[in-house]
Design a protein. Structure first.
Length: 299
């Protein structure tokens, strides 16, 4: 364990000062904030292990950074065992300030070509397609990758609905118009060049909607000649619920979204943003999609 100057405790083998100089830059840094997630985080971890195995077959690496906010339910023990077993994983504790503060710490520590936030109750639904999408983005020198996601509710292994990401319009002006009118994308399917992500970072004054502000800010700044790459296949399974899963949080989120839209010059109201999201959630699945069982090593 090392002690960061800011007081963070950093564990795991994959720290920047211990990497061999010749090691290839990871293709992606997956950032997972966690707090009392002992019931779900093992599946999240193992889905990332599967993606790493696919990338290694293609001579790539990923790194996984976990940021714990002071868990008291055994999460830290699970994460510590995992980091000791897998050299591409490290974890940072003693982080306060909520999930967006943890994500910002992850961005500061990241070293990958891309950055991707994967929450501790979500998982990579198709690690093979995820790895292929990242490699395609790298070959195309894409700064932003947008993937569809699926929603599920434990203990079911079947997705209940999808948030389908549509192709980017051929006209850059039309796409920017849609963004200005409230078009947005699911954060679990949002992957961006690390420097782009890091320069924007999460505005922690928005406790429920900093991810929305970050994504819209990055997308509105994309040059017309470099549109995002899109994957309509769902790559991430997102657990329903969370910080915005009750009406009080929804109302607070509406107020935050209104302030963000005003700041960014987006014309849509927060209510319209939620309505767009609800319409996506109500779309029936074209066919059943099951979440594969992931083998979790015995401790």
């Amino acid at each position: 364990m090392t002690q960061d100057p800011e007081g963070w405790a950093i564990q795991g083998m994959a720290q920047a000062d211990s990497r061999p100089a010749e090691r290839v830059q990871p293709l992606v840094t997956i950032i997972t904030p966690c707090l009392n997630a002992v019931e779900t985080i093992s599946e999240t971890l193992m889905s990332v292990v599967q993606a790493q195995a696919v990338l290694q077959n293609d001579h790539w690496e990923l790194e996984h950074i976990l940021i714990d906010g002071g868990s008291t339910d055994g999460t830290e023990a699970v994460v510590a065992r995992h980091a000791a077993r897998y050299g591409f994983c490290r974890w940072i504790s003693n982080i306060t300030g909520g999930p967006y503060a943890a994500m910002n710490v992850g961005l500061q520590q990241a070293g990958g070509r891309y950055a991707h936030v994967l929450n501790s109750d979500d998982l990579l639904l198709d690690p093979g397609a995820y790895a292929a999408f990242l490699q395609a983005g790298h070959r195309s020198k894409a700064h932003v990758l947008l993937a569809s996601i699926g929603y599920f509710r434990r203990p079911s292994r079947q997705l209940r609905s999808l948030w389908q990401v549509e192709p980017i319009p051929a006209s850059a002006a039309e796409w920017r118009r849609q963004l200005a009118e409230g078009l947005h994308y699911p954060h679990p399917g949002f992957i961006a060049d690390l420097e782009t992500y890091r320069q924007q970072s999460f505005d922690e004054t928005y406790s429920l909607s900093a991810d929305y502000k970050l994504m819209q800010s990055i997308l509105l700044a994309q040059p017309p000649e470099a549109p995002p790459m899109v994957c309509q296949h769902p790559l991430v399974a997102m657990a329903e619920g969370g910080a915005t899963g009750n009406w009080k949080a929804v109302l607070q989120g509406w107020r935050q979204l209104g302030a963000i839209n005003q700041e960014l010059g987006i014309e849509a109201s927060g209510i319209r943003r939620y309505w767009r999201k609800l319409k996506q959630r109500l779309r029936p699945l074209p066919q059943p999609i099951l979440i594969p069982h992931l083998e979790v090593p015995e401790s």
